[in-house]
Design a protein around this ligand. Structure first.
Ligand code: EPZ
Length: 416
């Protein structure tokens, strides 16, 4: 089992080119299934979740080859089922359902991989697809889906602006017969990126990135070359690393506009931010200030994926911060490990109260999930002494060579 070993307290300084967005690459890899001909996806991060998505594409009969940060997808899906082992590998594999139904009209797949963030229901996905003519039968964890009268557009209102459900509906709608109108759609930038790819392939979509999306089904989509957007949560992670070490970083190839809800929180903590459309300069002078109240919300609110990462910084801020996690019911799993490092955090249900301490202490900790693991990286960089983080496969799901990136700006970190 690999682990990260960090000697904390080093001030981070320098430039980082931010990786492509995992949560954009995954739905776009699924969307490539819908297209005739070849798609070339650039700026694709080298992550275990991306490799899993490529294996799923291969298992249904497509060609999928990753060279460096470019993925080439071709061929046509022929097998209307996804092996349960591949579905178990990651939660977001449910995104292939909409694409398979759009292209083949039927699909058999296991329930998506369990996830550490609490039960990950897919009820919103399935009820929307049923409205589009999909017949779904569930038998001990396997979903048998087909479209006896073809896939057709529908009026769909989401009870909750689910990112995955919005993406699945888009993927099913672009080749369906007629018009789909989706209201209370998720507005995350990754939705806009997925729509950008589909539009370039010939889809007819209006309103992506807003709460109401209209899709007119077309006959065929053709592959294209597309550059994946920068990862806004990885950007937030490096900003948090600069904040907790009192450092100064310049983040390049990023998208400052997608950092709404994050930059203002870092400024509230006394960070100094300046940005151009594709770069962010950030510096912090310690001690950082606590944030009175922070609530995770759907975009453009403060993103749930940045909650653990910002909590790690608040552990060393002066004052008391209150964090409410409204999106997932079990997203405080990193708190125990932070407390082992000397943090003073009380959790009650979906609220965590963080009393800042002068300095965290290095310890042996283990990652519990992707962003919780990233939070331990950030905490270890700011702590006194040595921190060893195990179960780092969680971190490798979303971060492309994090130890190399952090070493390049002065961190003392090793992967053992
Ligand atoms: C996406 O997950 C992201 N994953 C998550 O990032 C992110 O935290 C989340 O959106 C929210 O922004 C990918 O894009 C691959 P949701 P997703 O559907 O689509 C409930 C990371 O760290 N819900 O918006 O699964 C659900 O239980 C990952 O990169 C239903 O009840 O998120 C959750 O409480 C973690 N029924 C809430 O909605 C449904 O049918 C948000 O889920 C679907 C969702």
């Amino acid at each position: 089992m690999q682990k990260f070993v960090i000697q904390g307290g080093r001030r981070l300084e320098g430039d980082i080119a931010v990786q492509g967005a995992k949560n954009s690459a995954l739905p776009i890899l699924a969307a490539a299934l819908l297209c005739e001909g070849e798609s070339i996806l650039e700026n694709c991060p080298k992550l275990s979740d991306v490799y899993a998505a490529c294996r799923i594409l291969g298992s249904v009969g497509c060609r999928c080859k990753m060279e460096g940060h470019t993925v080439v997808i071709g061929g046509c899906p022929v097998y209307p089922q996804i092996p349960e082992t591949l579905m178990q590998e990651m939660r977001s594999s449910i995104i292939f359902l909409g694409a398979m139904l759009g292209r083949l009209g039927s699909c058999t797949l296991g329930f998506p991989g369990g996830c550490e963030l609490g039960p990950r229901p897919i009820d919103l996905h399935l009820s929307a697809l049923r409205r589009m003519g999909v017949r779904i039968r569930e038998e001990n964890g396997i979903l048998f889906c087909d479209t006896p009268h073809g896939l057709h557009g529908a009026r769909i209102h989401l009870q909750f602006p689910s990112v995955g459900a919005t993406e699945n509906i888009l993927l099913a709608a672009v080749l369906a017969k007629g018009e789909t109108i989706l209201t209370n759609a998720a507005r995350e930038p990754e939705i806009l990126d997925l729509a950008g790819y589909l539009l370039k392939c010939g889809a007819n979509i209006e309103g992506a990135g807003s709460s109401t999306i209209r899709v007119q089904g077309v006959k065929q989509l053709d592959g294209c070359t597309y550059r994946i957007m920068p990862d806004r949560i990885v950007t937030a992670t490096w900003l948090a690393a600069a904040a907790i070490t009192g450092g100064e970083l310049r983040l390049l190839q990023t998208d400052a506009a997608s950092l709404v809800g994050i930059l203002d929180v870092l400024e509230e903590m006394n960070g100094k931010c300046s940005h151009t459309p594709d770069s962010i300069c950030f510096s912090a002078v310690r001690p950082l200030r606590a944030v009175r109240y922070l609530k995770t919300m759907p975009y453009p609110g403060f993103p749930t994926d940045a909650q653990a990462i910002v909590m790690a910084v608040l552990c060393q801020a002066s004052g008391t911060s209150v964090i409410e996690e409204t999106i997932f019911e079990n997203r405080f799993r990193h708190v125990d490990a932070l407390c082992r490092m000397g943090a003073d955090i009380q959790v009650a249900g979906r609220v965590a109260v963080v009393h800042g301490v002068r300095r965290l202490q290095g310890a042996q900790v283990s990652a519990t999930d992707l962003r919780g693991g990233a939070a331990l990286l950030v905490a270890g960089l700011g702590a006194e002494g040595e921190t060893a983080i195990t179960e780092i496969s969680h971190i490798d799901r979303g971060y492309d060579s994090p130890e190399q990136v952090l070493r390049s700006v002065g961190a003392a970190i090793e992967r053992i």
